[in-house]
Ligand binder design. Structure first.
Ligand SMILES: [Zn+2]
Length: 258
């Protein structure tokens, strides 16, 4: 849960060669001392940059909880993306996580985790909602790849949010807990500043997540008091239809790095 950007290009400083190590999401253990491995040429692939000293604890928490590994694995198991989208975990100095359509790179910021931890006060929940951030940015990447029509920047942000909810709800109760934690972080987030922001206000984003949770699993999630939009069946059916060209018809073992 963070404010997020989507811009035509990253600034030059961000395009400097990264001190990063490619990892396999199927690895049992992940170490920065593992030998570099050529990333696959299609699908989502995850790399960790060495964190700034101030972010070391948060990077370690991400390594320990593995929300990004699980999300990337779920995306690649569900979708056969015909090109590579790199998910790069890095220190962003407060710039916020985002997707760059030029480099086809998603940046996940260690420093965002500090913000979420301050809001939630729960290390596991704060780390796990990194998956919601990753899925949101993957939503942008899929809108880009599939050239899905979006009426406005705000509509694209809303669609990316619904993709995050869609992927988490597909995971069942564990994903629902992550989506609930993300909604809570949005609820607790300070109001946005006065500048332009293509995202819905945090309170609206929280309400949308709660609506989808209720729609998908009403036995576990009560109806929000303020009414509900968007509707879960619409979100589910729209994303399923839009993703049809990429859906795997049969599970393919050894997808990553093979
Ligand atoms: Zn976004």
């Amino acid at each position: 849960m963070t404010p997020r950007w989507k811009v035509p290009a990253l600034c030059a400083t961000l395009l400097a060669p990264a001190v990063a190590v490619a990892i396999s999401v199927t690895s049992v253990s992940v170490s920065l001392s593992d030998p570099p491995k050529a990333p696959p040429d299609r699908g989502f692939t995850l790399r960790y940059e060495t964190p700034d000293p101030a972010d070391e604890e948060h990077a370690a928490l991400l390594h320990a909880r593995r929300p990004a590994e699980r999300a990337v694995e779920a995306l690649n198991a569900y979708l056969d993306l015909p090109e590579r989208v790199t998910v790069l975990a890095r220190s962003c100095s407060g710039e916020g996580s985002g997707y760059d359509p030029v480099t086809r790179r998603i940046e996940l910021c260690y420093d965002d985790l500090a913000d979420d931890l301050a809001l939630l006060g729960d290390e596991a929940a704060a780390a796990d909602i990194t998956a919601e951030t990753l899925y949101h940015e993957a939503g942008h990447a899929l809108i880009d790849t599939l050239r899905l029509p979006v009426a406005s920047d705000r509509a694209e942000e809303d669609a990316a949010d619904t993709f995050a909810a869609f992927m988490l709800i597909r995971e069942g109760p564990p994903g629902e807990r992550t989506l609930l934690a993300a909604a809570e972080a949005y609820r607790l987030a300070p109001p946005p500043g006065p500048g332009p922001d293509e995202h819905a206000p945090p309170a609206d984003r929280a309400a949308a997540h709660l609506c989808l949770l209720h729609g998908a699993a009403p036995e576990r999630h009560p109806a929000p008091t303020q009414g509900c939009a968007p509707a879960w069946p619409t979100v589910r059916d729209t994303w399923t239809r839009d993703l049809t060209p990429l859906l795997r018809t049969t599970p393919r073992p050894g997808v990553h790095g093979s």
